[in-house]
Design a protein around this ligand. Sequence first.
Ligand code: NAP
Length: 293
Amino acid sequence: MQELKGKLIADRIKEECLDFVGKYNGIMPALAILRVGSREADLSYERSIKNRFVNFGLEAKDYELPENCTNEEFQEVFDFINNDPEIHGILVMRPLPKQINEEEMLKKMNPLKDIDCITDANVSGVMRGDKEAFAPCTAQAVIEILKGYNIEMAGKKACIIGRSMVVGKPLSMLLLNENATVTVCHSKSENIKEVASDADIVIAAIGKAKKISSGYIKEDATLIDVGINVDEHGNLCGDCDWDQIVLKAGAATPVPGGVGTVTTAVLAKHLIDAARRQMNLAPVDDSKDEYIE
Ligand code: NAP
């Protein structure tokens, strides 16, 4: 079985980012991370973004508010980063506490700064197949992995297990845009094993440790594991039972070291695109893309 390591894809994206930073020397694309409260998962994601961005020559600034902040306080900080010309991308850690009016924020958010696809403009752009729309970074990371490893999508059956707005739903659109035949399963679906084991590509995004066993995939299929969970021994693991999957799949992403690694790299790439478009700069040449054997 081929292990689809995220690092190889992330390294290639890093080169594109460094090319941009080199070409437009003096311009520092900057991401604002807006966080309310201190959930460990958010803090850990924030740390991994910051580590990645330093290596990519990009800036990530924290905007932190206490869990009990008022909607007015939140909107004031949001307005500041949304209007600051030195901030090119915004990542809002969600879910937000109940007192925060998320709709109010979404209505005024500049879609060009919305690099993780939470505004209607980007969501509908992804639906339409608009190449300029920013897709959610995790969904886009799955596509980058499949493309990077030269895994055929056109005409192939893809089964996504999970239908969230950050992964399953947008990914179904991205895979359709790549001409895959897509089925989306969820917690109310019947016969998921039957549907998934008929697919050429299975994407697991349910958030259930090791739930996806070898019965969910056919021999030599590709398995992309989006899940990030903690197993019974306190170790990080995906939605798939790796020990079973390795014996059956043709290729699979590990956890950690798979989709998550590429997600932060895609965030960096989106930030570069956002900065470039906000400053009307020409794209850097990405014609050196090659497939990984
Ligand atoms: P979510 O919002 O909780 O959605 C989970 C989805 O899985 C829902 O659609 C749910 O169905 C479905 N589901 C749950 N249990 C199921 C089951 N037993 N069989 C079939 N479907 C089931 O989660 P999410 O935000 O999409 O995240 C999913 C996983 O990906 C989590 O482990 C999360 O940590 C991880 N994640 C990773 C990254 C990354 O960068 N690698 C980024 C984001 C998320 P219903 O809709 O019917 O409830």
